[in-house]
Design a protein around this ligand. Sequence first.
Ligand SMILES: Nc1ncnc2c1ncn2[C@@H]1O[C@H](COP(=O)(O)OP(=O)(O)O)[C@@H](O)[C@H]1O
Ligand SMILES: [Mg+2]
Length: 226
Amino acid sequence: MLIHFDQAELRYGDRVALKALTLLLGELRIGVIGLNGSGKTSFARLIAGLAKPTSGTVRLDGLDTVADEKAARAKTGFIFQNPGHQIILPIIREDVALGPKSRGLAAPEVERLVDEALTRFGISDLAGRRPHELSGGELQLAALAAVCVNRPDVVIFDEPTNQLDMKNRARVKAAIDGLGEQAVVISHDLELVADFGRVLVFHKGALAFDGAGQDAIGRYREIAGC
Ligand SMILES: Nc1ncnc2c1ncn2[C@@H]1O[C@H](COP(=O)(O)OP(=O)(O)O)[C@@H](O)[C@H]1O
Ligand SMILES: [Mg+2]
């Protein structure tokens, strides 16, 4: 999918979260790195239509995230920094079924899609659990299943391996690496994006670097002074 920022800016009152940005992205894997408060989540929210640009436009395959809101939104899936907050139904299976049900699919088809999504991310055994009974990594995978069951063109991850232990991190990394869908991955876990062909470095609400993973990490280290 082609993500097109055209002079897109995001302000919260007087505060500029993302300065006017013009950018075209079409790669399968896009990394986003930068210090806290540099505008990464704002950038991601603009893609997903969770925030409207205060000026300029964001288009997904030509669909404007404001003018064509519904169609544009259907192209994206967003995994929040704390995925526990996006699992809204009490049982994992029900939550994953929410999207297909809301599309009006017949019950057997809903069940088939849910089984397929749970199996795909290796969490069939968690289907009957409640979100608070899941580890951080399992929550990420459950949210990923609930997002991918809707067949988005792009999946956006906001710091997916934050606070995960090594085992959970490895599971989440494997899930991201194995994803057939396009992915935008915001991360402080630099190894996650190191081999991506395209990594954006944000600094103070502006794009400070746009290039290959290793080069981007080098630039980020300069900015961070370490
Ligand atoms: N809802 C909001 N209201 C006011 N300011 C916000 C809001 N969300 C983010 N900001 C500000 O916008 C800037 C960029 O934030 P954000 O995109 O969340 O950065 P990052 O994800 O890189 O940490 C920060 O200065 C932050 O304080
Ligand atoms: Mg953030």
